[in-house]
Design a protein around this ligand. Structure first.
Ligand SMILES: [Zn+2]
Ligand SMILES: [Zn+2]
Length: 301
């Protein structure tokens, strides 16, 4: 099971009900964060996920609304006694930016930062998952990310029950052990595809997003504007909700989440309506929206 927690779903400036972009994904015990807008650490403190468990932070681009929460988050992690390293991945310029931020804060952190600049195509392993960067189009160096769980071994539950295999035994058998004469050959049936989540960050609708999103389970696409502002969206390198829906339809994703909504849309209904006409399986991200994603269902908790 993979969980997605939306911590900030607004664009450019925060509002009473929308923080700046940040989305946490938890699979097993690991948490990864996509973007880190101002206020992300407080949003996490008010959420069911601990900021101390963040293993890696992926920044889509270096516009302030997407990274200004990072210095405060890192300093709080340090003051809270973190010693585990944090991986930080971002576009060209990320290393210099972090160096400048931390030197002007005048603090040294008690943990290592593993900083990598991504241009598209790089893959980062995090336990049983991986995160792959792909290029996007936003007028500045920018990348989106694909979060992928590893495929898992499928278990024939009925057969396992008939053979009296317990849940603990299944774990051992999956690991290659023979328990009470039962081996993996007796209860394994095919593979279960891992969950795939695509997070675009800010971008124009583009080919790279399309290829990254083919067959994804969840597409979290920016939809800063509605179709009433199509030209304005293009001029500022953003996407409209209808354009995001067209991509979701073309790519056959299971669900589309419209994210990074401009403050000018107090009422999100028109954005949702225009997208749902094209791709019905659409929702609009809200701060603290928490999704559970399994092969069987995607539901809000
Ligand atoms: Zn933005
Ligand atoms: Zn931007």
């Amino acid at each position: 099971m993979t969980e997605i927690l939306f911590l900030g779903t607004g664009a450019s400036i925060p509002s009473r009900d929308r923080g700046l972009p940040a989305m946490a994904v938890r699979s097993g015990r690991e948490i990864v964060l996509f973007d880190c807008g101002e206020g992300t650490q407080r949003q996490m403190m008010m959420s069911p996920m601990s900021f101390m468990k963040i293993k890696a932070i992926f920044l889509t681009h270096l516009h302030g609304d997407h990274f200004l929460g990072l210095p405060g988050l890192l300093l709080t992690m340090g003051l809270s006694g973190r010693s585990d390293p944090v991986r930080i991945v971002g576009p060209e310029g990320t290393g210099e930016l972090l160096g400048n931020i931390l030197s002007s804060c005048g603090d040294s952190l008690p943990f290592d930062m593993l900083i990598t600049e991504a241009y598209g195509g790089e893959t980062f392993r995090i336990s049983d998952c991986s995160v792959t960067a792909f290029p996007t189009e936003h007028g500045v160096p920018s990348v989106g990310f694909i979060f992928s769980e590893d495929d898992k071994v499928g278990i024939d539950a009925r057969r396992a029950a008939e053979m009296g295999v317990s849940a603990t035994d299944i774990k051992l058998i999956k690991g290659g052990e023979v328990v009470n004469g039962v081996s993996s050959d007796d209860i394994i049936s095919g593979t279960v595809k891992g969950i795939r989540i695509v997070y675009t960050g800010d971008t124009l609708p583009c080919e790279e997003v399309r290829s990254a999103s083919m067959g994804a389970d969840v597409l979290v696409h920016e939809a800063t504007f509605g179709s009433d502002e199509t030209e304005y969206a293009e001029k500022h390198n953003h996407t409209t909700s209808a354009q995001a829906a067209a991509i979701a339809k073309e790519c056959g994703v299971r669900i589309l989440v419209l994210n990074h909504v401009s403050n000018r849309y107090r009422d999100r209904a028109p954005l949702l309506e225009e997208a749902a006409k094209i791709f019905p399986e659409t929702i609009v991200a809200e701060d603290f929206m928490h999704l559970m994603v399994t092969r069987k269902e995607i539901r809000s908790v």
